[in-house]
Design a protein around this ligand. Sequence first.
Ligand code: GLU
Length: 649
Amino acid sequence: MTRARHIWTGAAAATLLTVGLLTGCSSTEETTTAECTSAPNGTPVLAAPPTAAGTTTQNLSTNPEIASGYRSGMTAVHTGSYAVSTANPLATEAACRVLHDGGTATDALVTAQLVLGLVEPQASGIGGGAFLLYYDGTTKTVEAYDGREVAPAAATENYLRWVSDADRTEPQPNTRASGRSIGVPGVLRMLELAHREHGKTGWRELFDPAVALADDGFAISPRLAGQIAESARDLARDEAAKQYFLEPDGSPKPAGAKLTNPALSKTLSAIASDGADAFYTGVIAADIVEAATAGSGGRTPSLLTAQDLAGYQVKKRTALCSGYREHEICGMPAPSSGGSTVAATLGILANFDLAALKPEAIDRNGGKPKAEAVHLISEAERLAYADRNKYVADTDFVPLPGNSAQTLIDENYLKQRASLIDPGRSMGTAKPGDFGPVPVGVGPQPPEHGTSHISVVDKYGNAAAMTTTVESAFGSFHLVDGFVLNNQLTDFAADPADPDGTPVANRLQPGKRPRSSMAPTLVFDRAPDGARGELTHVTGSPGGAVIIQFVVKTLIGMLDWGLDPQQAVSAVSFGAGNTPTTGVGGEHPAINATDNGDHDPLVLRLRELGHQVSVAPQSSGLSALHRDGTGLIGGADPRREGAVLGDTR
Ligand code: GLU
């Protein structure tokens, strides 16, 4: 029997070595095959030449991967008919096997999510929420699934601000780590629906890899270890989290230590047998309510009930699709602001010749961006964020201007917005467009990222982009039945009204979904008459409100500058929210971040243009796939531990 070539980047293979489970993967073809086997053609190979792999291995072993790490010199992975990119090689590998065995993109997604919840629990899991954009290659339609958390029925608009109307003190020990931040999880119901509509592999089977890993154990990755160490004090407040993540003496478990999770194995086995009902009703639901409302460790309890869980509903939304040059970009609509803000930024930029502003010295890491390009793109982002901040929230509660998702991305409107950009001077802070008296919304911008992105294309031509999150790292630090409960409600504005009393769009209301920035994105060719052509790209990232900037820079890299997906995700991250600060990722080898960037010509030029430049690391977790007519090309973010796998061309 012949076998598939399951292809690893050198860096991905090297990561496996540091993760410790798949020893030897980077050194022999046979070992790689053994991890993702039995295909009809070819033999396994490493995608990157040995020299490149060697270099990257060196970097990895000396440089543990926490959020600000950077694996220099990663190369794109070329595959045949299917590919998957996730932020963890164990998840990629498990999902790759599902694809290899005839599963669809949805099937692979379910398995990837379940494994990620185990090996990257700081970022996502069944206690959180997600948005999924799915392309059905047969009907050529894009479907948008909203698995966002909702606020409990008993949550009032001051739920995050104070304990009760009688006790106007902040929830303890703080809103995020209290029970108050916990929203009704949505990802599992969403995956169940997507699987019912687009799955081929049996639901139960999709749980096998995560259950086996939970039982047999996995090695704590450097990135997870870094996050445990950083969150040790908060984790210690929760008895279950303490037992699981910390040593008996209270010190954080280190990278390489073996972790088994029998509680999660039991939870997943129940859901594998009985479907998502096993989570939303019955014993697990009761455990969730108990963990969230107990108030153990002096934490202010949640008001979550069994009815909240039983009543959770996935929403199918209309994907937000718009033209950008000769492409069609499809994104997630509200309650995520990701799709509309990416589309508005690109719609503004369509008025400029970005192709003429390619980065200099393009190498595997994507080269060095030109100051003019960073200026234009960050100004466009300021304008787009100004509208997002004011107008976008859960549209089931607060309508968008003109009661339409199109108003903020209308071509003529964006042309006017583009005319506000001065090529010689940063505007600092942009004013939102004037659409009359709608409630303004400002949300908190949490600094830590508890999110992951998965990109998949299957051999049937379907594609999935899913961004999945527990909000901040380890969510609300409540661990129950082996999984972390999210703190997604902190994505609502804590303060329900402006100082002048105007209610904000993104205020908390019972049953409402907090505004998100997650931006899972699919790109298609676009005919001159606007008709949708072939699927060309799949991408997305974690990063809180900065997700929008990460996705924009990756799309521009691939669509305007001809970068391959690895170069585009590796490339310097830059951009702006609606503040005078422009971020230029100082973790990137092309940026000289010493003395606050004072010796870096790009930084200096941007300062001349009026930007307040920050060279703080930009901790994205991008993945990107490109379908080019002969096969697929994939990239995984060098700032995380991700890997791309697929079959041979
Ligand atoms: N909760 C954030 C959102 O939905 C994502 C947080 C993150 O990326 O870490 O926009």
